[in-house]
Design a protein around this ligand. Sequence first.
Ligand SMILES: C[S@@+](CC[C@H](N)C(=O)[O-])C[C@H]1O[C@@H](n2cnc3c(N)ncnc32)[C@H](O)[C@@H]1O
Length: 160
Amino acid sequence: MDASFERSENTKVEWLTPPELVKKLGNFDLDPCSPVNAPFLHARTNFTIEDNGLTKDWFGRVYLNPPYGKGMELWLEKLKRHGNGISLIFARTETKCFFDHIWNDADAVLFVKGRIRFYHVSGIQGGTPGAPSVFIAYGKENALALQNADIEGRFLLLKS
Ligand SMILES: C[S@@+](CC[C@H](N)C(=O)[O-])C[C@H]1O[C@@H](n2cnc3c(N)ncnc32)[C@H](O)[C@@H]1O
């Protein structure tokens, strides 16, 4: 495990999802929080910190790996209201964010087996972080996409 990832978990925001993982979930219309100098893109439209993706109108199918730390909850709340997309966050299942926006509101979750090796903005893949990750689906089609994605882990349907 890369200890520097663990130490910086609450402050580091540039943890990029491995593109091969996102591809397994299908095509996305919007990534509302993409790096300014992205080494790869996950969606057709990509907002950056310069656009402030949190204040924009979201559309279509959204892929959301939000900036971590304070304020992360606002991104989950916005995706919950939008109702169409998949998010990736650390599996901190005891947190207020999980209880306010996920356990009672998401359609499904997939707890990823092992630890994801996120990418740096340089395009280099980093070490494993100090926490496991979970994909969260909002909307029935996204729950199905998560269930059928070839991603090792434990899938849980939260709404039938
Ligand atoms: C955890 S990274 C995820 C990046 C990308 N979505 C991915 O999964 O590969 C979070 C990203 O959000 C960006 N970000 C931070 N604040 C933002 C804002 N207000 N609007 C849009 N993007 C923002 C950061 O620059 C960073 O690239």
